[in-house]
Design a protein around this ligand. Structure first.
Ligand code: NAD
Length: 329
């Protein structure tokens, strides 16, 4: 199949380049993100391969369908950026990579937690300036703390296993409870109880209409003073303005995010020579107790390899007309 690959980065070229030979597919890499403006580039291709911030709204989908594209291959798990109704209307199949390396994202959530807690990023900078003072680097023991996990699917479960190893008690909340996690000692509670009892809260549920702004002024109010909030899931789960207010009062003691509500247009590019126009993320960047990474939770060698293999397999299955086990519909 001829595949138009959007939002290409160097690591995509490497990982897909390693597996495309012999797959029967031909990839054309575009650095541009897919949107209604760039959609005409998909002319003459059978498939588009897209990532988290490509914008597959009704207009974009209409244009690519008109150009003859038959399948949208997401090289990620989340699909909140695709108008599924429009895809259905235009008879486009949508496939994704539901699981590639849950541990990659879970371990990144841990990295955010540990950096914020033990302030290793500050120590790194101090020591490079010959400043060996440890003033204001005090952290807390994770051992014995209560960690609340919202969403106990693949990534949430991997994260819980890590936290169990640290000697934490786990409170969980999910629309589906896992018997396996319960047998490991995880206690499922209503979200309000999780919010009020956890020292650290980590979000691992998808962005859906009912999880949009799950973390807002009211839910922040229920949390313990000085709580740590980690979001490696999707930016839209957190009302960023409300989180900023909670940081200013000290209610939120630490915030670690790998995702941001308005990340499209900011993340995944070097804008170091331009003026940042987003005043919300600019404010977040001023807090000493906020750590932001640019959606790199998935970025491990193991995960990239799996993403490339599964995406190419999804497209081969589509081409052969066999059952699409990773289709969204
Ligand atoms: P998953 O489908 O295995 O698990 C999601 C869990 O959330 C499921 O158990 C589901 O029942 C639960 N859930 C659904 N609605 C809920 C609600 N209202 N309240 C609580 N729980 C709810 O998905 P996953 O592979 O664990 O991925 C989780 C999320 O992580 C994805 O949706 C994606 O947004 C994000 N993600 C981020 C990165 C990154 O690089 N930062 C990479 C991959 C995935």
């Amino acid at each position: 199949m001829k595949i138009a690959f959007f939002s290409t980065k160097s690591y995509d070229k490497t990982s897909f380049g390693n597996f495309v030979e012999g797959s029967g597919h031909e990839i054309t890499f575009f650095e541009l993100a897919l949107s209604e403006i760039t959609a005409p580039l998909a002319g003459g291709f059978d498939a588009v391969c897209v990532f988290v911030n490509d914008k597959l709204d009704e207009k974009t989908i209409g244009i690519i369908a008109e150009q003859g594209v038959k399948v949208i291959a997401l090289r990620c798990a989340g699909f909140n950026n695709v108008d599924l109704e429009a895809a259905k209307k235009h008879e486009l199949k949508v496939v994704r990579v539901p699981a590639y390396s849950p541990e990659a994202v879970a371990e990144h959530a841990l990295a955010l937690m540990m950096t914020l807690n033990r302030k290793t990023h500050k120590a790194f900078n101090r020591i490079r300036e010959n400043n060996f003072s440890i003033e204001n680097l005090t952290g807390f023991n994770l051992h014995g703390k209560t960690v609340g996990v919202i969403g106990t699917g693949l990534i949430g479960s991997a994260f819980i296993r890590i936290m169990r190893g640290f000697g934490c008690s786990i409170l969980a909340s999910d629309v589906r409870e896992s018997e396996e996690l319960k047998s490991l000692g995880v206690t499922y509670v209503p979200v309000s109880e999780l919010l009020s009892k956890s020292d650290v809260i980590s979000l691992h549920c998808p962005l859906l209409p009912d999880t949009h702004h799950l973390i807002n002024a009211a839910s922040l109010d229920q949390m313990k003073d000085g709580v740590m909030l980690i979001n490696t899931s999707r930016g839209g789960l957190v009302n960023t303005g409300d989180a900023i207010d909670a940081l200013k009062t000290g209610k939120l003691g630490y915030l670690g995010i790998d995702v941001y509500e308005q990340e499209a247009g900011i993340f995944f590019k070097d804008s170091s020579e331009t003026i940042l126009q987003d005043d919300v993320i600019a404010r977040l960047m001023t807090f000493p107790n906020v750590l932001i990474t640019g959606h790199q939770g998935f970025l491990t060698h193991e995960a990239l390899e799996q993403i490339a293999k599964i995406t190419l397999q999804n497209l081969s299955d589509f081409e052969r007309g066999v059952e699409l086990k990773n289709k969204i519909f």
